[in-house]
Design a binder for this molecule. Structure first.
Ligand SMILES: *Cc1c(COP(=O)(O)O)cnc(C)c1O
Length: 377
């Protein structure tokens, strides 16, 4: 069997080893230590967000963001539907009421129009979570403005979009709080990890407190609140420091992959790339996706089967959360009129994530493209 071609897998260098070795040499294996502080400072410098807190996962960062905004049982939280379940699960941890919002067709992210309708219907909403899916910035200025108008704090799920820009500012700078992920398949990885980011020192302090079991400043262990074990370890942070040194290279390679697919499919009517706002946004191109329009005879499954036969990984785009059995009772606001198929449901019916691993060779890319071209012509 030929080697497997992946959608996105870790790409490691020697730099991670150096930071880990340092941790071993100084016996700084326990949580906290110089790599954790170093990684936070380097993320602050890179993203331009003043306060970053290193955590065990992106999901933990979203959970703590909700805790910092005092989301409690029964509170309404408005959330993108077209995303991974990790975006919304923390709302369920707190027994909040989730209201899902559709995508718009220009970026596949939260529709500002549908958000406005959701907020008109739910003025009691305590937070909005917007996702920058596949590394493509949402229409974040419009969304930020709407949240300001309705006086509801905005959380950015930037798990997939580290290094992406909107009008000269990195994603994560627009919300009250933002979450990044360093899971194994993300643009940079620590094997597993996350970062909570904000402009307020008070948030960092409280996040740190909650992430380390909510220990009161006493000599003995004193607890007035329920805490979590969410802190990133010094070893994991060492991997992150080594990875962050290579992020620009990763983004350039991801962009080249996107451009290669785009060029290859440009003359096939009925195949389109995942879109972005060319004038305003600079995605990090984490995953390249295509949509297969009805005029193409091959189906999404035909194409994925043909790729799998050659040991090439692909996947449908995220299944919208309002369609998931576990969230079936949640309310949903469509971008479109009643009776029309919502935007994210349409994308789900025709979208495929293509291999976007930066270790893929030009020959790998040619093989993938040849298979798809043959299927659709
Ligand atoms: C990966 C991901 C998360 C969760 O991050 P983890 O570090 O895996 O917990 C959240 N939201 C989105 C959109 C993601 O892709």
């Amino acid at each position: 069997m030929s080697k497997r071609i992946y959608m996105a897998s870790p790409t490691m260098y020697g730099d991670e080893q150096k930071f880990i070795q340092e941790a071993f040499d100084t016996n700084w294996i326990a949580p906290l230590g110089p790599n954790v502080n170093g990684f936070e400072q380097e993320m602050e410098a890179y993203t331009g967000i003043p306060y970053c807190t290193a955590l065990s996962a992106g999901t933990a960062a979203i959970h703590l963001a909700l805790k910092l905004l005092h989301i409690q049982q029964g509170d309404t939280v408005i959330c993108s539907s077209f995303t991974f379940s990790a975006t919304a699960n923390p709302i369920a941890y707190e027994k909040g009421k989730i209201v899902y919002v559709d995508s718009e067709p220009e970026t596949w992210n939260m529709s500002p129009e549908a958000l406005k309708r959701a907020l008109q219907a739910h003025p009691e909403a305590k937070a909005v979570i917007v996702v920058h899916l596949y590394g493509t910035p949402a229409k974040i200025e419009e969304i930020q403005q709407i949240c300001e108008d309705y006086k509801v704090p905005l959380i950015e799920d930037a798990a997939e979009s580290l290094g992406a820009f909107y009008k000269g500012q990195q994603t994560g700078n627009f919300g009250e709080l933002a979450a990044f992920s360093f899971n194994g398949n993300k643009i940079i990885t620590t094997s597993g990890g996350g970062m909570l980011a904000s402009k307020k020192e008070a948030y960092t302090k409280k996040a740190l407190f909650l992430a380390t079991q909510a220990r009161e400043p006493k000599r003995h262990y004193e607890h007035k609140e329920i805490g979590y074990n969410y802190r990133m370890s010094n070893i994991v942070a060492g991997i992150g420091r080594g990875q962050l040194m290579h992020i620009e290279e990763h983004i350039q390679k991801k962009k080249a992959i996107y451009e290669t697919y785009k060029k290859a499919f440009s003359d096939i009517k009925g195949i389109n790339m995942n879109p972005y706002e060319q004038e305003k946004a600079k995605p990090n191109f984490w995953l390249s996706c295509i949509t297969i329009e009805p005029e193409i005879k091959a189906t999404v499954n035909d194409i994925m089967d043909a790729l799998e036969k050659e040991n090439i990984e692909s996947r449908p785009v995220w299944k919208p959360l309002h369609m998931q059995p576990v969230f079936k009772d949640c309310e949903f606001f469509s971008h479109r009129n009643e009776g029309e198929v919502p935007v994210c449901e349409e994308i789900f019916s025709k979208g495929i994530c293509l291999p976007s691993d930066i270790k893929n060779t030009p020959e790998d890319m040619k093989q993938i493209i040849d298979i798809i071209q043959k299927m659709v012509k």
